[in-house]
Design a protein around this ligand. Structure first.
Ligand code: SF4
Length: 392
C-alpha cells in the first residue's frame, strides 16, 4: 500500500484512567486486582529451576499456554504458543489437563474457560493482567447503546460483531443478539456474513480493526462508518448519523497498536530505504494505509518466516514478539516500527515470579486465580463463538 495523504482525520485515542498496577480494584473492569500470594523475588536465582521442577511434578495435569506477546522468561515454559484464538482452541483440545495455566490476559482466560470442560480449571498467574481494549467496552455501556438503537427502531437491521479481545460479557451480549465473534484473521469473513444477515454492523470494541476491514478490505467509504463514543450521550451521534451508518464502530483501541503513527512509517522509510512496513490491523487507519503489508499476529510471523534473506522489515506490533522474531531471523533486518519502547504492560504482568507462584500453589494442592465465566454468559458467548467457527 502506498503512503497517501487523506483529508479524513484520525480520531484521537480513547482516554482510559489507569490504576496503579496491582493496587486497588475496579469492579467494572479487568484492571488492578491484587495478587493474593507470596510471590518469589524477581531476583531469586532459582526461579527457572523452581518453575521446571513444579511443572515436572504436575506432569500432564497442567497445560501451559503462552500468548505471542508474553515475556521470554515465561514463553520458555509454554507447552504451546499462539494468538488468543489458537490458544483457546488448544485449551479445548486438552480435555485431560486438570489445570490450564494461561500466560496471557483476562479475556483470553475467559475464552479458554468457555471452551473447556466444566471440571477443568483455567488459571491466570496474575489477576491484574487485563486488557485496556477489552476494558473500553463495558456491558452496561453497550446495553445503553443498544437501548438507544432500539428506540430508533434500527436493531432489526444491526448485527453485533465483537473482536475476540473483549470480555465474556460482551461476547454474551453479541451471542444473545444473533451476532458473531471475530479475530483479526477472519474479520472480513465475519463482516461478509453479518452483511448477509442485516444492513448494519455494530462493531466492538476495536474501532481500528472494524474500520480497516470495512474500508480497506470491503471497499466501504470512511463516511459509511461512524464512531460511537460511550462517554457521550447517544454516543455523540445524531439519530440521522446512526440511521444512515453501515458500520457503527465502538470507540475502543489497543493501547499498544494505537501508538504507531504515520510519522513512525515515514521516519522508518527515510531511515531504512527499501524497508517493508508490516503492521497489525489494530493499528490506526492512516498507519495501515501507509504500510506495505497488514495482517494478524500469525500472518506477521508467517510473513517474516517467508521473507527473503537480507530483506528489511519494520514491524508494527507488540515488542516482545518483534524482538523474538528478530532473534529468530538473524539473516533479516527486523526492527520495531516505532523508536519508543512499546510492550503491552498488562501482558507483561505475567512474569516468572507469578508463574512460579501459580505452579507451586498447584503442586501444594491449592488452585489460585481461577477464571470462571457464569453458565448463562458462557452459553451465550459460546453461541457467538460457534457462529464464528461456522463462518463460510
Ligand atoms: S496488546 Fe492490546 S489488545 Fe492485546 S492485551 Fe495488550 S492492550 Fe489488549
Amino acid at each position: 500500500m502506498a503512503d497517501v495523504t487523506s483529508t479524513w482525520t484520525e480520531p484521537s485515542n480513547t482516554p482510559l484512567s489507569l490504576l496503579l498496577l496491582g493496587k486497588g480494584t475496579d469492579p467494572a473492569s479487568e484492571r488492578g486486582v491484587d495478587c493474593p500470594g507470596d510471590l518469589p523475588a524477581p531476583s531469586d536465582p532459582d526461579l527457572v529451576a523452581r518453575a521446571t521442577a513444579a511443572k515436572a511434578a504436575l506432569g500432564d495435569r497442567v497445560f501451559v499456554l503462552g500468548h505471542h506477546y508474553q515475556r521470554d522468561e515465561v514463553i520458555q515454559f509454554a507447552d504451546v504458543t499462539g494468538d488468543s484464538f489458537k490458544l483457546a482452541q488448544q485449551a479445548a483440545a486438552r480435555p485431560s489437563a486438570e489445570f490450564i495455566v494461561f500466560c496471557g490476559v483476562h479475556f483470553m482466560a475467559e475464552s479458554a474457560d468457555i471452551l473447556t470442560k466444566p471440571d477443568q480449571k483455567v488459571i491466570l498467574p496474575d489477576l491484574a493482567a487485563g486488557c485496556s481494549m477489552a476494558d473500553m467496552a463495558v456491558l452496561g455501556q453497550v446495553e445503553t447503546a443498544w437501548e438507544h438503537f432500539q428506540d430508533l427502531g434500527i436493531t432489526d437491521q444491526i448485527v453485533p460483531v465483537t473482536y475476540m479481545n473483549s470480555s465474556a460479557d460482551i461476547k454474551g451480549f453479541v451471542g444473545r443478539n444473533k451476532g458473531v465473534v471475530c479475530t483479526s484473521s477472519n474479520a472480513k469473513r465475519a463482516l461478509d456474513w453479518s452483511f448477509e444477515q442485516g444492513s448494519k454492523v455494530f462493531f466492538l470494541p476495536d474501532q481500528h480493526l472494524g474500520r480497516n476491514t470495512a474500508v480497506l478490505e470491503m471497499g466501504f467509504d470512511l463516511d459509511d462508518c461512524v464512531l460511537y463514543d460511550p462517554h457521550k450521550p447517544h454516543g455523540g451521534l445524531t439519530d440521522e448519523q446512526l440511521t444512515n451508518a453501515r458500520m457503527i464502530l465502538w470507540r475502543g483501541h489497543c493501547s499498544v497498536h494505537g501508538r504507531f503513527t504515520l510519522d513512525s512509517v515515514r521516519e522508518v522509510r527515510e531511515r531504512v530505504p527499501g524497508v517493508n512496513v508490516l503492521v497489525h490491523p489494530e493499528c490506526r487507519h492512516d498507519v495501515v494505509k501507509a504500510a506495505d503489508y497488514v495482517g494478524s499476529t500469525e500472518y506477521i510471523i508467517k510473513a517474516l518466516d517467508a521473507a527473503p534473506s537480507g530483506s528489511a522489515w519494520a514491524v508494527g506490533t507488540e515488542l516482545n514478539l518483534v524482538r523474538r522474531l528478530a532473534l529468530a531471523h538473524p539473516d533479516k533486518q527486523i526492527m520495531f516500527l516505532d523508536r519508543t519502547v512499546c510492550y503491552c504492560s498488562t501482558m507483561n504482568r505475567i512474569d516468572l515470579p507469578h508463574l512460579v507462584w501459580a505452579l507451586e500453589e498447584l503442586v501444594a494442592g491449592r488452585v489460585p486465580n481461577v477464571i470462571t465465566v457464569d453458565e448463562k454468559t458462557a452459553h451465550e458467548a459460546r453461541v457467538a463463538l460457534d457462529q464464528m467457527l461456522a463462518l463460510p
